[in-house]
Design a protein around this ligand. Structure first.
Ligand code: AHR
Length: 323
């Protein structure tokens, strides 16, 4: 009797929950012949970003998307405002590469509140706060931790486990910068002969990478390797090395991530050691995922993108992969 009474009071308590407390998960996407889709790009300042934006534009027509593209110009605040304006325009779906992990969470939540599903591509948001399936549909992207690990494993092999390393980090607070550092540093920590003597952000940009590499090389003239979180900064670092009278690829090994045409060319020329691919071509997979979601299929929280690896053995032959 007492047990039945406590069950009843539990049921009553549940009924008393305010309506907003019942979280029904990420908003649904109805099945339609065409959709108004917002793509809120973080910036278009490098070949990777340009290829990503183009991939979305290229798929739009065949996917039945009327695409609204914005460019936040490297500002997380502007990217939040761009998502706001997409919500005001009542788009059906938002595809978002969040520039940084935390600042874009309010934008994801606001879209959810407005009943607009969000698919994250390329970069993720802070997993302690927002969750796939509950707040947004899914994250489509690479395993950035693994990319960092693969770059480090190549470097350990190429240097026989002995190197003095400068690390050029990506945009502070972004998921690729956090995770590529984590993966690389994990492997390096297991190799006592490998030492990271300096690690600083070059904001994923070529000239910033060049400037940071230049000043870190002055502070650490005995550097024997540079790990850059993306190819643009690696190419900037090569320029800095040459300006300092050092031979990239010989005096100092350079390894990075992306697989741009410039990086493949530098590898083929012997100036760069290797790059882990990070595909920017999200258009087709974002389209397919949205179609599956509209059909009512359960979408996995992380739609993982597999990445290739380029070094002297395949860079020239893989030039067509570059962008
Ligand atoms: O989020 C992916 C990274 O962002 C790419 O490695 C980089 O080139 C871009 O700016």
């Amino acid at each position: 009797m007492r047990f039945q009474r406590s069950l009843l009071s539990l049921a009553l308590a549940a009924c008393a929950l305010p309506v907003w407390a019942a979280d029904t998960g990420a908003p649904k996407l109805p099945q339609k012949a065409s959709y108004k889709v917002g793509f809120a790009q973080a910036e278009n300042n490098n070949p990777w970003r340009i290829a990503e934006t183009k991939s979305m534009q290229d798929i739009a027509q065949s996917c039945g998307w009327q695409l609204v593209v914005t460019d936040a110009g490297g500002s997380a605040a502007k990217q939040v405002a761009d998502v706001d304006s997409m919500i005001a325009q009542k788009v059906d779906l938002i595809v978002l590469p969040p520039r940084e992990e935390k600042p874009l969470i309010p934008a994801v939540m606001k879209a959810k509140k407005a009943g607009i599903p969000v698919i994250l591509v390329d970069r993720n948001v802070d997993q302690k706060v927002a969750k796939a399936g509950r707040d947004y549909v899914t994250f489509i992207g690479s395993d950035f931790v693994d990319q960092g690990r693969r770059a480090a494993e190549w470097l350990v092999k190429a240097t026989n486990g002995k190197a003095t390393i400068i690390e050029l980090e990506g945009t502070t607070g972004s998921s690729p910068a956090n995770d590529r550092k984590k993966g690389f540093d994990q492997v390096i920590a297991k190799n006592p002969g490998m030492k990271i003597v300096a690690s600083q952000s070059g904001d994923f940009a070529r000239d910033k990478g060049r400037q940071v590499a230049q000043s870190l090389l002055q502070a650490h003239p005995n550097t024997t390797a540079i790990y850059a979180h993306n190819d643009e900064m690696a190419v900037g670092a090569i320029t800095a090395l040459e300006a300092a009278g050092k031979k990239p690829g010989k005096d100092v090994l350079v390894v990075s991530i992306d697989g741009t045409k410039d990086a493949l060319t530098a590898i083929a020329a012997g100036k760069m050691g290797a790059t882990v691919q990070s595909s920017p071509f999200f258009g087709p997979i974002a389209c397919k995922t949205a179609q599956r979601y509209a059909k009512g299929e359960a979408i996995e929280p992380w739609v993982k993108v597999e990445d290739k690896f380029y070094d002297a053995s395949n860079a020239q032959a893989s030039m067509a992969d570059g962008y």
